[in-house]
Design a protein around this ligand. Structure first.
Ligand SMILES: Nc1nc2c(ncn2[C@@H]2O[C@H](COP(=O)(O)OP(=O)(O)OP(=O)(O)O)[C@@H](O)[C@H]2O)c(=O)[nH]1
Ligand SMILES: [Mg+2]
Length: 391
């Protein structure tokens, strides 16, 4: 699946930068192009300058709201982020239009951190603009949820998250969730390493995007998952994860492919082990039974994967995600391990979102006056400038 990736705000742009890196990796490792277009948009000029892999020109790094913020961000006011995206979103659409490879892409992926101002506010606005402009191309969002310390120390973060998620869910074809807190829970040393968290967030998308795009024969699987399968699966709240089992480091060539009876059991065990790892690694905590659609991609050495394994995996997944319509396939190519990418979509219950919606509703009641005032001040700002001539 080829995606047109758009990052919004600091968090969104840095994660988009990782997608640009993955695209280079796919080109060199697998001769596949998976993200031919990656655009970063922010109200903060310094953040845009710090990116590494996204092309360094004004049609790939878009500065929004320069007049209002003078290039310094919106300071966590997501209503202002939304307003600036309404005014300057056209710059992103223009940038897309000028891309030669735009028509190759199957869908959009728009990324933003939900707790800040720019990414949080502009995410639903840009998704909606794309939906209206490109009726036949699905628009997916990747929404990054705040750390727990942000949730409990800054009520505004929760309010931003809740309003951004609610608005994005209404317009996007699917919303992938990545919960910052999940990555820190597993490894507390990650708390101060955003770059590493961003790599972990984007990693599971790699095989998913490569699966239907590899041109090299040796990578083509028996049952390939392609963009059509993915598009048919993605809907509403969505979680993604990847799990790995190592294969024995060394075997005699005659041992590979010739399986004894006992090996069969070990083989399917390996598949289920990787599946369990993928489930515990999901980008947001959720019960697999809450998913109505799921898809898996098994990748590993072609000689190690066979129909029995795919079957065992699919059986094991249908027990775990018992309410889901399941699709899946294999993707040969890797060397010493079997990776399983799992995507649970059309999720009906995500406890962390429910919790933040409740917390934000209380905040909105307590700060009603303040919120209204912000809204009208932003409105006024636009009104005042209306009569000004454009250059
Ligand atoms: N995973 C990840 N989260 C980030 C990153 N940068 C910021 N965040 C999270 O994103 C939220 C803040 O959003 P930012 O992206 O910094 O804010 P912004 O969209 O630039 O908005 P303003 O700065 O308020 O204009 C917080 O929850 C941060 O923990 C990043 O590089 N990776
Ligand atoms: Mg910022």
């Amino acid at each position: 699946m080829k995606l047109a990736v758009i990052g919004l705000g600091q968090c969104g742009c840095r994660i988009a930068d990782q997608f640009a890196r993955l695209n280079l990796k796919a080109q060199s490792e697998r001769k596949a192009t998976i993200a031919p277009i990656v655009i970063a948009a922010n109200t903060d000029q310094a953040d845009l300058t710090g990116l590494r892999f996204i092309k360094n020109d004004y049609s790939h790094r878009v500065l929004m709201g320069l007049r209002q913020t003078l290039g310094h961000g919106v300071g966590k006011i997501n209503e202002l982020g939304a307003q600036l995206a309404r005014e300057d979103g056209d710059k992103i659409l223009e940038a897309l239009k000028s891309e030669r490879r735009f028509y190759e892409t199957h869908a959009f992926l728009v990324i933003g951190g939900t707790a800040g101002g720019t990414g949080s506010g502009s995410l639903p606005i840009i998704v909606k603009m794309l939906k209206e402009r490109y009726i036949n191309k699905p628009v997916y969002a990747l929404a990054v949820l705040p750390f727990e310390h942000e949730q409990f120390s800054e009520a505004r973060s929760v309010y931003n998250t809740a309003t951004s998620l609610k608005s994005t869910y209404e317009v996007a074809d699917a919303v992938f969730l990545a919960d910052n807190q999940r990555y820190v829970k597993k490894d507390s040393s990650l708390a101060n390493n955003m770059e590493l968290i961003n790599r972990i967030i984007t990693e599971p998308f790699y095989d998913m995007m490569c699966a239907g795009e590899v041109t090299n024969r040796k990578h083509v699987g028996a049952r390939t998952v392609d963009a059509g399968d993915l598009i048919a699966t993605f809907e509403g709240w969505t979680a993604i994860g990847i799990g790995r089992t190592e294969l024995p480091a060394f075997r005699f060539p005659w041992e590979i492919g010739k399986k004894r009876f006992a090996d069969k059991a070990i083989e399917s065990f390996r598949g289920s082990q990787a599946l369990d790892a993928a489930i515990s690694d999901l980008s947001v905590a959720c019960n697999p039974r809450a998913s109505a659609k799921a898809i898996y991609i098994m990748s590993g050495p072609a000689k190690e994967m066979n129909m029995d394994m795919v079957k065992a995996l699919s059986d094991s997944l249908s027990e775990t995600a018992s309410n889901a319509l399941i699709r899946g396939g294999d993707f040969p190519g890797e060397k010493h391990f079997i990776d399983i990418t799992l995507i649970l979509s059309h999720l009906s219950n995500i406890p962390r979102i429910a919790e933040m919606y409740e917390q934000a509703t209380r905040y909105a009641e307590e700060h009603k006056g303040q919120i209204q005032e912000t809204h009208s001040r932003i409105q006024q700002l636009t009104e005042i400038g209306r009569e000004l001539p454009l250059l």
